[in-house]
Design a binder for this molecule. Structure first.
Ligand SMILES: Cc1cc2nc3c(=O)[nH]c(=O)nc-3n(C[C@H](O)[C@H](O)[C@H](O)COP(=O)(O)OP(=O)(O)OC[C@H]3O[C@@H](n4cnc5c(N)ncnc54)[C@H](O)[C@@H]3O)c2cc1C
Ligand code: SF4
Length: 519
């Protein structure tokens, strides 16, 4: 597909472009690794005759921790593919490998002496600081419907702000999935229809195209820094053309079953009907507007039911935009929060230094090794639930997740982990902790039937660690949570238990086994 077709064959997303920076002959435009799209605000009006491009591969980005190789490969390969697309259009691209973003800009300025250096506002806090320190002129970011300054204005006028209110506000003001002044179908929320238990009929799930590796992919593969996990196997779109194909496939075959099975988990399945679009949207290969416009169109043409379409739009227009907004509202202090004073080191079963008898955690960690991906409920209700109830340090857990997932970035990881999953922010993001025992996993998956542990038991050697740690978590933190009205039922349940001392003893054993890598 010709480069221009990648953009022109789609309806032009209406909110994609909102600023037009001036360009001069000797202007440099810095394009960051998650801004890989010709329509970003800094590039939309750029002309190869008037400006050159700086793209950076910084050692401090790739050496900060041990990355999953598929994540590293995707990040580097997508960056290089975009540089090639720009070169094919006639741009001069200075693709620079350097110690850091800041050092790359200094080196570039020394070599080319540009009259001005411009960039679009970055998604992440540290990049923003680095660009400001390097005197880079910033143009307003246009990768979301809602810019974080607008989010801050919205939130500033409210005593407390909830994702649900934000989501409805977004739908109304952008007229998305609306009928007159109200939501399509008369209801804002179809979550109730989207919590089906995992089907037991052995059905097959939507398939996705795997992409063949090209010369750039191979070259990137040969120079990867040390990492972990299975080698890339063509799963993650590395350019816009591949991302568009993934999007089309999802709309055609994935969107319909997406809603009802959003929360289900299956031993034999790694993604069920999830879209696997997050890495493409986060790197800029796709814009949320085009994703949402196609989902909405699928409802109107009868290809997908209302609960699936609303559920999907809620994730992209609601949650995704909300987490970007709160990230910028609460940074930089937010990244260090640890309100529950959780100090346990990252368990070896996450890093692969130990295996585990817990069928659920074992399966998901194996999938992460294979694909650098786990779907939302696996991240929230298994991995994070376990990390929170066992008291794992939030910053260590965040780092592990960041380097493990193909779609991670600080702006999306922090609110999801520090806020939604570990309650390390003391309730700024979620009014109660997402803690649950083995019964939730048992209800929403088929993991437990092949497990050494019993989800119903909280004491004894075969007690499910989730169940033991859940009650122990409630007990350990009862001073903090007992007056939280949303946890009334949980504490009422705990009061009825006659064996809390034994649960405490079993929790001690569980944690010792965990630390030894024998759980
Ligand atoms: C502990 C934890 C860590 C997470 N870390 C990341 C991360 O680093 N990067 C990331 O993009 N998402 C993250 N998420 C959110 C969500 O789990 C992923 O976006 C989703 O699993 C990606 O798979 P998918 O594309 O198949 O999503 P689908 O289930 O198909 O959802 C569609 C899209 O909605 C968006 N979305 C859904 N939920 C969220 C959310 N809570 N926050 C932001 N966007 C959302 C994503 O763009 C996603 O592609 C995290 C969630 C949790 C609980
Ligand atoms: S019994 Fe517990 S540890 Fe085993 S799969 Fe079920 S929830 Fe996971």
């Amino acid at each position: 597909m010709a480069a221009e077709d990648l953009y022109l064959d789609r309806p032009v997303p209406t909110r994609w472009v909102d600023s037009a920076p001036m360009t001069t002959n000797s202007q440099t435009i810095v394009v960051l690794g998650d801004q890989l799209n010709r329509n970003i605000a800094s590039l939309e009006y750029a002309n190869p005759k008037e400006c050159q491009i700086l793209m950076v591969e910084a050692d401090d980005e790739f050496e900060a921790g041990l990355w999953h190789v598929q994540r590293m490969h995707l990040f580097l390969s997508a960056r290089q593919h975009f540089a090639e697309e720009l070169r094919a259009e006639g741009f001069e691209v200075d693709y620079r490998v350097s110690n850091s973003l800041a050092s790359a800009i200094i080196e570039h300025k020394a070599e080319f002496n540009p009259e001005s250096v411009t960039a679009m506002e970055p998604l992440n806090w540290d990049d923003h600081q680095a660009l400001k320190d390097a005197d880079v002129e910033l143009v307003r970011n246009n990768q979301f419907y809602c810019h974080y300054e607008e989010f801050a204005e919205w939130a500033g006028g409210l005593k407390s702000f909830k994702m649900e209110d934000f989501y409805r506000w977004q739908r109304k003001r952008f007229n998305i999935f609306m009928e007159g002044n109200g939501p399509v179908g008369g209801k804002w929320n179809y979550d109730h229809d989207n919590r089906e238990k995992p089907p037991k009929d052995g059905r097959s799930w939507p398939t996705i195209t795997k992409f063949e590796q090209d010369d750039i992919d191979t070259e990137v593969m040969e120079r990867l820094k040390p990492g972990w996990g299975d080698d890339p196997h063509g799963l993650w779109p590395i350019n816009r053309e591949q991302a568009l194909l993934r999007l089309d496939e999802f709309i055609e075959t994935g969107l319909k079953p997406f809603g009802p099975h959003e929360d289900a988990m299956l031993e034999e399945e790694w993604k069920l009907a999830h879209s696997t679009l997050s890495s493409s949207i986060n790197l800029g290969l796709l814009h949320p507007t085009e994703v949402i416009e196609l989902a909405e169109a699928a409802y109107h043409s009868g290809e997908a039911p209302i609960n699936s379409v609303e559920g999907f739009i809620r994730q992209v227009l609601g949650w995704r935009e909300y987490v970007w907004g709160v990230y910028w509202l609460w940074m930089p202090e937010y990244r260090d929060l640890n309100t529950l004073e959780a100090t346990r080191e990252l368990p070896k079963l996450f890093t692969g230094e130990a295996t585990t008898h817990m069928a659920c955690v074992g399966k998901i960690v194996r999938d992460i090794n294979k694909n650098a991906y786990a779907h939302h409920i696996e991240r929230l209700m298994v991995l994070s639930n376990f990390a929170m109830t066992s008291g794992v340090n939030p910053q260590e857990f965040t780092d592990w997740m960041t380097y493990a997932f193909v779609d991670s970035a600080e702006w999306v990881m922090l609110p999801n982990v520090i806020g939604m999953s570990l309650h390390a922010d003391g309730g700024m993001m979620a009014t109660k902790p997402y803690a649950s025992g083995g019964s939730y996993v048992h209800k929403m998956s088929n993991f437990c039937k092949g497990c050494k542990y019993d989800p119903k038991k909280r004491t004894g050697e075969d007690a499910c660690p989730f169940t033991t740690l859940y009650w122990n978590f409630l007990q350990r933190h009862q001073e903090r949570f007992k007056s939280n009205h949303r946890m009334f039922q949980q504490y009422a349940g705990m009061k009825r238990l006659k064996d809390l001392d034994e649960v405490g003893e079993r929790a001690e054993q569980v944690l010792q086994l965990l630390d030894k890598g024998e759980l």
